[in-house]
Design a protein around this ligand. Structure first.
Ligand code: GH3
Ligand code: MG
Ligand code: MG
Length: 375
């Protein structure tokens, strides 16, 4: 059986997701449909991406009747199946699950717009075929029995009339298509910004826990695929409760912003610095060994303690804050949970051993399964 196009992570999970494949379909039938789907795509020069294959498979197998009807209508209208038409169809018939309400709402608006584009394309096809019929009728008449002048004039009038109607229709369709495509683009931009917002921490402006979870999961998958190292750095501000109690929560918030900025400024490229929660920050370091990650962690630690804090409104000196850091590197069989757990174990060892320090999993201070509460 032709293999699903690979290379993009997460495809395997999506492969049959959202389709109408019957679970009891026989292997032979599935194989035949898959081959037919690949043939259908290659005939039309359609790139065999997972989304296109999903469409093609469901079309050739005929199990998705609505999709089949839509594609057949487009074929009979002479529609060219380029990337944008395929994308419209995919969005229309195989939408991914809703992320959250705002994203879902925008997704629905886009789908409605895309529906109207599909409708416009189908109408254009019908108009063209009606126009074609008028022309072929006229040419049939002209090529047949000898016609009188009046009959010829009548035929010409019919063709001119049909051409004018077609011209007006085409203009309207063009305007409709332009409007729809502009709206789809605007919605797409808004969707992207809502998505971005849902992955950003409101207080500090850096990626939030959701973004971190996603980044770590993807980085672990990538590290398994490529065999390249991956490290995780977990940071926690020392005695931050006392800081808040002394200077107030709003000042504490400013410090959180400053620490976030400092962490971000001390990582680069593919590294992802995120707010893990409260006064904790995490950095995912792809292609980075444990040793290198310790160096990055220590740079962050030094940078944070080097900042002398001052209250903007009053000029009051607030001293400095320090952070404790735990570092772990990915191992065979690791999950996000196990990797975070080890880095966390190191972080608590750093707390136990006096704070304002970096501890990694190969350090003797780390006691596996040690109590994570620190006095
Ligand atoms: P340790 O050195 O053991 O980490 O001590 P700690 O006081 O930092 O740790 P603890 O877990 O006891 O307290 C964390 C504090 O972080 C308490 C909480 O008020 C503060 N914090 C968490 N999120 C925020 C926030 O968004 N803004 C502010 N200002 N403070 C926060
Ligand atoms: Mg904490
Ligand atoms: Mg703390």
């Amino acid at each position: 059986m032709p293999q699903p196009p690979m290379g993009v992570r997460g495809e395997a999970r999506r492969w049959y997701g959202g389709t109408v494949l019957q679970p009891d379909i026989t292997k032979d039938r599935a194989q035949a449909f898959a081959q037919e789907a690949f043939g259908w795509m290659s005939q039309r020069n359609i790139p065999p991406t997972p989304e296109n294959f999903e469409l093609a498979y469901n079309f050739v197998s005929g199990e998705h009747t609505e999709l089949k009807r839509a594609i057949e209508a487009l074929i009979s209208n002479g529609c060219k199946f380029d990337a944008s038409v395929m994308m419209i169809l995919h969005q229309r018939y195989f939408r991914t699950p809703k992320e959250d309400d705002a994203v879902a709402e925008l997704g629905e608006k886009i789908t409605r717009e895309l529906d109207s584009v599909l409708h416009i394309l189908e109408t254009a096809g019908r108009d063209h075929s009606a126009y074609g019929k008028t022309l072929s009728h006229a040419s049939g008449e002209l090529g047949g029995a000898k016609l009188g002048e009046a009959a010829i004039k009548n035929l010409i009038d019919q063709v001119i009339g049909a051409t004018r109607v077609m011209e007006a229709r085409s203009k309207t369709l063009e305007v409709q298509l332009q409007t729809s495509s502009r709206e789809v683009n605007e919605l797409r931009v808004r969707l992207e910004s809502v998505r971005q917002e849902s992955l950003t921490d409101q207080l500090t402006g850096i990626p939030n826990r959701k973004a971190f979870d996603k980044a770590l999961q993807e980085s672990i998958e990538s590290s398994i695929e490529t065999g390249e190292p991956l490290s995780l750095v977990m940071c926690d501000i020392d005695h931050f409760k006392t800081f808040n109690d002394t200077f107030g929560h709003l000042t504490g918030d400013q410090v959180l912003r400053l620490v976030a900025l400092t962490v971000k400024q001390n990582v680069k490229g593919q590294d992802i610095a995120a707010r893990y929660g409260g006064e904790e920050f995490a950095v995912v370091l792809p292609r980075t060994t444990l040793r290198e990650a310790i160096t990055v962690g220590d740079q962050i630690r030094r940078a944070v303690m080097s900042k002398e804090l001052m209250k903007r409104s009053s000029g009051e000196h607030l001293g400095r804050v320090t952070i404790s850091i735990g570092v772990a590197a990915v191992r065979n069989g690791d999950t996000t949970h196990s990797l975070i757990e080890r880095a966390d174990g190191c972080l608590y060892a750093a707390k136990r051993n006096g704070r304002n320090r970096v501890i990694c999993e190969s350090d003797p201070e780390v006691t596996p399964g040690a109590e994570t509460q620190v006095a």
